[in-house]
Design a protein around this ligand. Structure first.
Ligand code: DX5
Ligand code: ZN
Length: 222
C-alpha cells in the first residue's frame, strides 16, 4: 500500500486578478505553492464560464516550478482533455456526473501523460471509486460553479468515508470554502490537497494567507 501523501495547498486562480495573473501566481509560488488549481467551467455543467487551455499555456510560459491541477467542470470532458494536456496540465480532474464514459476519460488522461482525477459533487455517492482507478479523488466541499461559498459541514464525514474507501494511495483533494479554519479539520479526516481561491487571492496579502492555510493543513515549511 502507498503511503499517505504530504499535505499541499493548491491556490485557485479563479479568485485571482486576471489583469495581473502572472504576478499573483508568482506571489504564491514565492510563498511556497507548487500546485496551481485551474477551474474550467463550460456554462453547461455549471452555469458560469471561466477559462480554457489558453490560460494553462500562459501559466506554463511563466516558467515556474509548478504543477497545473486542472479541474474540468464541463460536460463530456473526454472531448477536451487532449487540449488541456497539450496546454501543459499536470493533473486533469473530470466530474463523475459529467459523462457516461468515466473510465474511458480517465484512461485517456493517463495516455496523454497526465495524472487522472475524479471529482464528485456533494450529493454524489462514492460508489464509483470502487469501479475505477484514480490518481486523485476530489471531494467538492461546496456545489461547483462559484468561488467564495461556505464549506458544507457534512463534507467532513464524506471526506472520512472517501479516505477509508481509497486507503492511502490516491491524493484526496478538497475544493470549496477552504481557509485557515476548515483546512485543519479536513486534514484530520484524510484530505491531502487543499484548494483555496478566495481565502488566498481575496486576501489583502495572498502570500500570508497561503502560509496561514498551509500551517493549518499541516504542510511542512517551504
Ligand atoms: C468552485 C471551484 C473552486 C473555487 C473555490 O466550483 O471548483 O475551485 O475556486 O473557491 P473558494 O476557495 O473561494 O471556495
Ligand atoms: Zn476547483
Amino acid at each position: 500500500m502507498n503511503a499517505r501523501r504530504p499535505p499541499r495547498i493548491a491556490p485557485s486562480i479563479l479568485a485571482a486578478d486576471f489583469a495581473h495573473l502572472g504576478a499573483q501566481v508568482r506571489e504564491v509560488v514565492d510563498a511556497g505553492a507548487r500546485v496551481i488549481h485551474v477551474d474550467v467551467m463550460d456554462g453547461n455543467f455549471v452555469p458560469p464560464f471561466s477559462m480554457g487551455p489558453q490560460v494553462c499555456s500562459a501559466l506554463r510560459a511563466l516558467d515556474l516550478d509548478i504543477e497545473l491541477d486542472v479541474h474540468l467542470m464541463v460536460e463530456r470532458p473526454e472531448r477536451h482533455v487532449a487540449d488541456f494536456a497539450s496546454a501543459g496540465a499536470s493533473n486533469i480532474t473530470i466530474h463523475a456526473e459529467a459523462t457516461p464514459h468515466v473510465d474511458y476519460a480517465l484512461q485517456q488522461i493517463r495516455e496523454l501523460g497526465c495524472t487522472a482525477g475524479l471529482a464528485v459533487c456533494p450529493a454524489t455517492p462514492l460508489d464509483i471509486y470502487r469501479e475505477v482507478v484514480v490518481d486523485l479523488a476530489l471531494c467538492m466541499t461546496v456545489n461547483p460553479g462559484w468561488g467564495g461559498q461556505a464549506f458544507i459541514p457534512t463534507s467532513l464525514h464524506k471526506i472520512a468515508r472517501m479516505r477509508a474507501l481509497l486507503r492511502d494511495g490516491p491524493e484526496l483533494e478538497v475544493d470549496g470554502g477552504i481557509d485557515a479554519t476548515t483546512a485543519g479539520p479536513a486534514a484530520e479526516v484524510g484530505a491531502t490537497l487543499f484548494v483555496a481561491g478566495s481565502a488566498i487571492f481575496g486576501a489583502d496579502d495572498p502570500a500570508a494567507a497561503y502560509t496561514e492555510i498551509a500551517a493549518a493543513a499541516g504542510c511542512s515549511q517551504p
